[in-house]
Ligand binder design. Structure first.
Ligand code: GRG
Length: 324
């Protein structure tokens, strides 16, 4: 990252064209070891990149039919999607696949009933929790992924929503936050998942919004950035997990907006485009989406608005009648 005066003033504004090019060129970086090490995240990466482009106002910057063909090539006979060709099906990839197909208005290219059956098979009838895949790990990330995926396909009724809600509410802690399983430490990523889940199933009234609002706004550090839990470092991705949570409980103004905007913009790479987890680090598409989505929630000029629950363009979620 350059330290010249021009470059540092560039970082004070959003470098839209550089970010668009960064995302467009992601699939060309085959000499980069990270390209191969992150193969299992390729389908998630398409969702992260496409959503970022849509928020930047460039939804057509990737070839629509290439993207759809790639997504379809990752589907298994079970109905679930893997992270790349030849990778096992997983709920988080299945949600990303459905999100991409919704954004590209291509849900008619898949059998939604089959995908819904795959999701339903991952629910444990005893606890209501969801497994990420057939290996059996349970986590509130998967509770969110299941109901987000099903609601986007209008198939929420195939799972036991009451039982699923019992599990998520059992993960609420006395500090107002939520963890991955009952008794686990509160973490901003899990809080987003649990609030997103409760928003989708219309059970937000069980959240202690004042206690949680305090916990969330205490995530802002002196440099303006947000961390994901006490005593941890700031990271651009928490500009999403924390802010979206504050937005869902109607307390977005409980953090210092200008300091956070400045922090996020400092994490842009002014040469290659893209955002890193923090200033001076290498950019990647995950932090690029969550930096841009955070700026969108903060009302940054020129960005399309994002839906705080689905992390997809607000217009798209409104058209489906899913915006709360
Ligand atoms: C559609 C936006 C969207 C999400 C799908 C999979 C999922 C649902 C959400 C993931 C939520 C989550 C747990 C995010 C946290 C990711 C993260 C940065 C984890 C790092 O954890 P630690 O413990 O980091 O390594 P800290 O910052 O605590 O040191």
């Amino acid at each position: 990252m350059s330290t010249s005066t021009t470059a540092s003033s560039d970082r004070q504004t959003l470098q839209v064209s550089r970010h668009v090019r960064f995302i467009q060129e992601l699939d060309t970086k085959k000499d980069d070891l990270f390209y191969w090490l992150s193969e299992h995240l390729r389908l998630n990466g398409v969702y992260w990149g496409l959503t970022a482009l849509a928020l930047l106002g460039q939804p057509d910057a990737l070839d629509r039919s290439d993207v759809i063909d790639y997504i379809l090539s990752c589907q298994h006979a079970s109905g679930g999607f893997g992270g790349h060709l030849g990778h096992d099906a997983h709920l988080s990839c299945t949600l990303s696949a459905v999100q991409v197909l919704v954004m590209l208005d291509a849900l008619d290219r898949v059998d939604c009933d089959k995908i819904a059956e795959y999701v339903a098979r991952l629910q444990d009838p005893e606890t209501g929790a969801f497994m990420g895949d057939h290996w059996g790990e349970i986590d509130t990330r998967f509770s969110f992924s299941a109901v987000a995926c099903l609601s986007l396909m209008d198939r929420l009724s195939v799972v036991d929503v009451d039982k699923a809600s019992e599990f998520v509410l059992a993960c609420q802690n006395p500090d107002g936050g939520f963890g991955s399983i009952p008794g686990a430490e509160s973490h901003a990523g899990q809080i987003f998942c649990c609030l997103g889940f409760l928003s989708i199933v219309d059970r937000l009234e069980y959240v202690d919004v004042d206690t949680l609002g305090w916990w969330l706004c205490e995530r802002q550090l002196g440099n303006g950035g947000l961390n994901g839990r006490p005593e941890k470092k700031e990271d651009v991705c928490y500009s999403w997990w924390v802010l979206s949570s504050l937005s869902i409980i109607g307390k977005l103004d409980w953090i210092d907006r200008d300091k956070l905007v400045a922090f996020i913009l400092r994490c842009q790479d002014d040469e290659s485009g893209g955002f890193a987890d923090r200033e001076g680090h290498y950019p990647d598409v995950f932090h690029t989406l969550f930096g841009i989505a955070g700026l969108s929630l903060l009302g940054y000029d020129g960005l399309n608005k994002v839906d705080p629950v689905y992390c997809m363009p607000l217009e798209c979620i409104k058209q489906l009648g899913l915006h709360k």
